[in-house]
Write a protein that binds this ligand. Sequence first.
Ligand code: DHK
Length: 146
Amino acid sequence: MHILVINGPNLNMLGIREPHIYGSGTYAALCEHIQKKADALGVSVEFFQSNHEGDLIDKIQETYGKADGIIINPGGYTHTSIALLDALKAVGLPTVEVHISDVDAREPFRQISYVGLYAEQRYAGFGFEGYCMALDYLVNREQPAE
Ligand code: DHK
C-alpha cells in the first residue's frame, strides 16, 4: 500500500508558527512521526508540502494510478479551494482530511472545508497524531465490493 501525505501552505513553518495552536514540532519531525507509524503498519508513504495551490493540484493529479490513498492537510486552502476539491474528485482515491488544530473550535471561516466534501474521513485537533489516525483509517477501511 502506498499513501501520499500532502501538506499545504505554512505547514513548512511548523515549530515556528503559532506554537500555542500548532505545537512546537517541526515539519521534519511531523514526517518522521508519520514515517514511524507507516513502518509499523508496513505501508509506504510519500511526503509532499507546498505553499502553492497549483503545485498541490499537480501533485494530486500525478498520483492518479500510483497511490492507494491520500492524506491531506490543505492548510488555508481547506477553506477556499474548490480546485483542490476537484483534483481529489478527479483522481478518485480514498482521501482523509487532517488538521493539527481543532478547526471547528476556531474562527467561523475555518469551519468551512471544500476538501471535506470529498474526504471520507476527517481528523482535526489531534496534533501530529491525526496523520497516524488517518493512516490507520486507510489501512483498515473496508474495501468496496468488486
Ligand atoms: C492548518 C492551517 O494552516 C490553517 O489554515 C487551517 C490547519 C488549520 C491545521 O490545523 O493543521 O485552518
